[in-house]
Design a protein around this ligand. Sequence first.
Ligand SMILES: [Zn+2]
Length: 294
Amino acid sequence: MQSSSTKRITTRIIIAVLGIGVIVLLVFLIKSQFGKVEEENTNPVRTVIGTSVEGRVIEAFTFLPKPIDQKKNTNLLFVGGIHGGYEWNSVLLAYMALDYYTVHPDEIPDSMTLTIIPDANPDGTYAVVGKGGRFTVSDVPDGKPTAPGRFNANGVDLNRNFDCKWKPESTWRGDIVSAGSGAFSEPESKALRDFILENKPDAVVFWHSQSNAVYASECENGILPETLDIMNAYSHASGYSAVDSFDAYEITGDAEGWLASIGIPAITVELETHETIEWERNLLGIEALFEYFR
Ligand SMILES: [Zn+2]
């Protein structure tokens, strides 16, 4: 027969074991609940596609196609901020698009993969805005010169660092700019290149400012017919004038030209000013591309 003190100890052990069991069960239930929430919120999928010279992350956000319609999966890519803080409004426009489709995913065609890279030159943006990642118009200092923020932290114009007619020096308006030590010498251009080669988008749109126009792209073999189609579609919907060939000054090593050279249609959308986001016009442009590829 057990003594009463042995019984008491046994009872306490049983209570303790049951208590631990209940706690473990609760932790498991809470964890699995949070796990579910995370799973439901995986659209868009965030990917770090590379890091800048100063180690800032370059992010891509991808809205995956809906499983009900896989017959024609079109893959569209939108890129903001390749000219960093000089064109900070293109970064805010890209974040606006990201936020809009996060709230309205049903407006993306079922068969479409939509990727947005809000800031392809985070060091350049940081140089002007003084913040990494997301920012707002009120973060942009008044009167601060923005031209230095056009370049990456190595002083390279990233939109002259791609492999289309690349030269060590290129032009921007009347100025000579560094195009890097070779095509894709910069980590930011490499990150974009690798993402594009891996994901093979059907079309790419680069948001810039401030020429108030949509430009086609070409390298050595002229403009791809589909590039003209999407330029005209975006232009017609948004009201930015369509320009087949940029001939104000010679550009070498531009990202759009490289895309043309590998057979991917690409357009440059230049906002009207350096300060305005112009969301409504660009939403119409995006929708026109959805319609074109639907
Ligand atoms: Zn630009």
